[in-house]
Design a protein around this ligand. Structure first.
Ligand code: PHB
Length: 399
């Protein structure tokens, strides 16, 4: 099912579930915890938070990193947010809205969480927007970059601690226009995020004088053999490539790009998800030379980042990723909001989110903009082999 039709279906599901939520009299009677059933905490002061991340499908490694980052923050803060013990209810987003939307609805209507954090896939985020808006529950999106979520479909109840697709790719356009010695081929996973990543890139790339050699969207989650697409790239005569892939698809694409003989001849650019964390470890030296834009690298030279990299590596047994940072920062944002809010109704919590100010993150300082999106610095990164290990070296700040 395409993102658009999945979205209309999920609007219907969201509507039905909201109806059920209202019919249960949520908010008007005491629940099993002695609360009022609106997720307003529990009589023992514990706050229940829902964490919705993919634990299955192509984005499962992203979900795990996000969860590990969130958990690290909790571990560093005695398992508390806003001074209260946290009961974390984790649910599997799966591969998109078909699984992610009902899982989120269960967190709100059955588990009665105070807020939901997570969501990796843009199509899931788009499918959830109305449900959270209408049920007046805070949703803190810790990855999914769907542009409209903090644009035309902005909601008082939906906040994003990560990025918007169009912005992270737009940051790279002028650099590629300057560096590419001819036209550039655009290729991405065929769903909301892929389309928006390409559109954002194309806008600033063309504005800076860049020319497009061709554009292709590959079936999301099912493409394993990129050979036919790599042949088309070669045939197009493109002098460079811009790509959006993440998770398992990023591993296959970059490895096959090298095997096909394009690496080293036709420079590969992308958003940083193409070479991030476990993905980069699996690509190994096949990724050397790939240049990307992202709001994080393990190589960022700040005391805050070094402290985070050490703590995360010790706990998780692997290097952190942008997803881990986003999970960590989401827990931090909830910590401040819960501490500041007068009560933990959705209304009180979003009021507190409005007043949050700057966040001192391993990625650098960032804040929410007026549309509830993360306003932050994007970095130009290049994969280099350091002592035999591929890392995302930071070349500088973008735009
Ligand atoms: C998205 O669907 O918005 C998405 C997924 C994975 C990424 C980046 C964006 O790494």
């Amino acid at each position: 099912m395409g993102a658009v039709s999945a979205f209309s279906l999920n609007r219907t599901i969201a509507g039905l579930a909201l109806g059920a939520l209202l019919l249960t009299g949520c908010g008007s009677s005491l629940d099993e915890n002695g609360g009022n059933g609106s997720g307003d905490g529990r009589s023992d002061g514990t706050v229940k938070i829902g964490l919705l991340v993919p634990l299955s499908g192509v984005y499962a490694p992203i979900g795990e990193d996000l969860r590990d980052g969130f958990q690290l923050y909790l571990d560093e803060h005695d398992g508390k947010l806003g001074g209260r013990d946290v009961e974390l209810v984790t649910a599997d987003e799966g591969e998109g809205p078909q699984t992610g939307v009902p899982a989120a609805q269960k967190l709100v209507t059955q588990d009665r969480v105070t807020a939901v954090a997570g969501v990796v896939n843009s199509a899931t985020a788009l499918g959830l927007r109305d449900f959270f808006d209408e049920s007046e529950k805070p949703l803190l999106i810790a990855n999914a970059g769907a542009d409209d979520i903090t644009g035309t479909r902005k909601s008082d109840y939906v906040w994003r601690t990560s990025f918007s697709n169009g912005k992270v790719s737009a940051a790279l356009g002028p650099t590629v226009a300057e560096e590419a010695e001819g036209s550039v081929y655009l290729i991405a996973a065929d769903y909301a995020a892929g389309k928006e990543m390409v559109a954002g890139f194309r806008k600033t790339f063309e504005a800076a004088g860049g020319k497009v050699a061709g554009e292709k969207y590959t079936p999301f989650g099912t493409t394993q053999d990129f050979q036919p697409y790599l042949s088309a790239i070669r045939k197009s005569g493109a002098k460079a490539v811009f790509a959006f892939y993440a998770g398992a698809e990023a591993v296959s694409f970059v490895k096959q790009y090298k095997q096909f003989g394009l690496a080293g001849r036709t420079p590969l650019y992308g958003t940083g998800f193409l070479t991030e964390g476990g993905v980069l470890a699996a690509q190994g030296t096949a990724a050397v030379g790939v240049k990307t834009s992202l709001h994080y690298s393990t190589q960022l030279d700040s005391a805050r980042n070094k402290e985070f990299v050490d703590a995360y590596t010790e706990k998780a047994g692997k290097s952190p990723t942008v997803y881990a940072v986003q999970g960590y920062d989401t827990a931090g944002v909830l910590d401040t909001a819960l501490a500041e809010a007068s009560g933990d109704s959705g209304k009180a919590l979003v009021e507190a989110l409005r007043g949050i100010g700057s966040i001192n993150s391993p990625r650098g300082t960032w804040k929410f903009d007026a549309d509830h999106n993360a306003e932050q610095t994007y970095y130009l990164r290049e994969v280099r082999a350091e002592a035999g290990t591929a890392v995302n070296t930071v070349l500088g700040e973008l735009g």
